[in-house]
Design a protein around this ligand. Structure first.
Ligand code: ZN
Length: 260
């Protein structure tokens, strides 16, 4: 099982990657984790931190013995050149990517998810003002503390910057993987468990067809939000029921969050 996860910051990609890793018993290769480990170990990679995470660091992980059964790439590739280089190296290893899972979410929902998150400063419990409020306002359900913090990451301004950076760099990847017929789009507004179930059914249909037969089309018909604005792999898009002519597709990120 060799898959890549595409999704905007806050789309729940990291959480799902961990769940998938445990469920399918393949490692999650997260560039965020690689970077943190390198900085802690102060090794060669740590010194090259300013260059960002390179393909070499990722390749090392792909070659590691625990990746023999497969891997879940989270946070890489971020752009077309990285995707091409990754494809090249995986083809050398005779282990091409099988799927790119595109996390699709409405921008308003994403914003609430990220900006509404509050963390108990004493016990670490995580709540959300919009979706998972505390039972008693301002008081932690778990430990009774009123000492709540919000990560600076979660501030709306910081978040929009991260989102913009993601869109500019990563949105072309959607088309890249679509052209390879490896793109599968999953609506991720539901709660973690439901999203996980949907993703598993997509994976099982494509990679493990003998386990369960569910087509990507079946998954998408369950979602009612195609007519609203959605984020496809992070892109702010105006989804349309009617397909636009290909010519108008070139401008900006406006494209249809379509099922492939
Ligand atoms: Zn608490």
């Amino acid at each position: 099982m060799r898959i890549v996860l595409l999704g905007a910051p806050g789309s729940g990609k990291g959480t799902q990657a961990k769940l998938l890793s445990a469920h399918y018993r393949v490692p999650q290769i997260s560039t965020g984790d690689i970077l943190r480990a390198a900085v802690e170990a102060d090794n060669e990679l740590g010194k090259r931190v300013s260059d960002g995470i390179g393909i070499d660091a990722v390749t090392d992980n792909l070659r590691a013995p625990d990746s023999r059964r497969g891997f879940i790439l989270d946070g890489f590739p971020r752009n077309i050149p990285q995707a091409q280089e990754l494809d090249t190296r995986l083809s050398w290893m005779d282990r091409p990517l099988q799927l790119a899972l595109n996390f699709c979410i409405e921008p308003e929902h994403l914003l609430k998810r990220v900006t509404g998150r509050i963390t108990c400063g004493d016990c670490g419990a995580i709540f959300n003002r919009y979706f998972i409020p505390t039972e008693k306002r301002g008081v932690c359900d778990q430990c009774g503390s009123a000492n709540f913090t919000r990560r600076s990451d979660d501030q709306a301004k910081t978040f929009s910057k991260r989102l913009d950076a993601y869109l500019v760099e990563s949105e072309p990847l959607i088309d890249y993987f679509r052209a390879q017929q490896k793109l599968r789009t999953v609506q991720v507004e539901d709660d973690t468990a439901q999203v996980f179930e949907t993703i598993c059914s997509v994976i099982d249909a494509d990679i493990r067809p003998f386990d369960k037969k569910v087509s990507a089309g079946d998954v998408m018909t369950r979602s009612p939000s195609l007519t609203s604005r959605v984020i496809s792999g992070g892109a702010v898009e105006r989804a349309k029921v009617k397909k636009k002519p290909a010519a108008s597709k070139a401008k900006g990120w406006e494209s249809v969050c379509s099922v492939v």
